[in-house]
Design a protein. Structure first.
Length: 119
């Protein structure tokens, strides 16, 4: 078992120096964790919100939803802030896709942002 930190949303763990770097900065004064994850991007999360999600019966689904939201916000120049924001307010963010069509549109937009020749 490695004692290297894992991303609080997607469980990414940098094992070797060749892999993308995970940055975690815990601020014990504000009880907040700042992360810059190769999968999720940048986000802030309070330990109380993290505990709230961890105790939720749909925690896996919520963690993956928040990971995707953090990635999209990072890619568009913003940042997911779960420091002081109520978790339920974040989970109704209009950027979160619900239908297959919405998910497909997200994928197409991702390709548009990340390729030079798409569309
Ligand atoms: Zn992550």
């Amino acid at each position: 078992m490695s004692d290297k930190p894992k991303c609080t949303l997607c469980n990414y763990q940098q094992v070797s120096e060749k892999e993308p770097k995970l940055v975690i900065d815990a601020n014990h004064h504000t009880d907040t964790i700042y992360s810059d994850c190769p999968n999720c991007g940048e986000f802030l999360i309070s330990t109380s919100n993290w505990s709230l999600i961890n105790e939720h019966k749909k925690k896996e689904s919520i963690f993956s939803t928040l990971s995707g939201l953090a990635r999209e916000l990072t890619d568009t120049g913003s940042r997911l802030d779960l420091e002081l924001t109520d978790l339920n307010d974040v989970l109704v963010n209009p950027l979160i896709p619900h239908s297959p069509t919405e998910k497909l549109n997200k994928m197409l937009l991702w390709f548009h942002r990340n390729t030079q020749f798409f569309g």
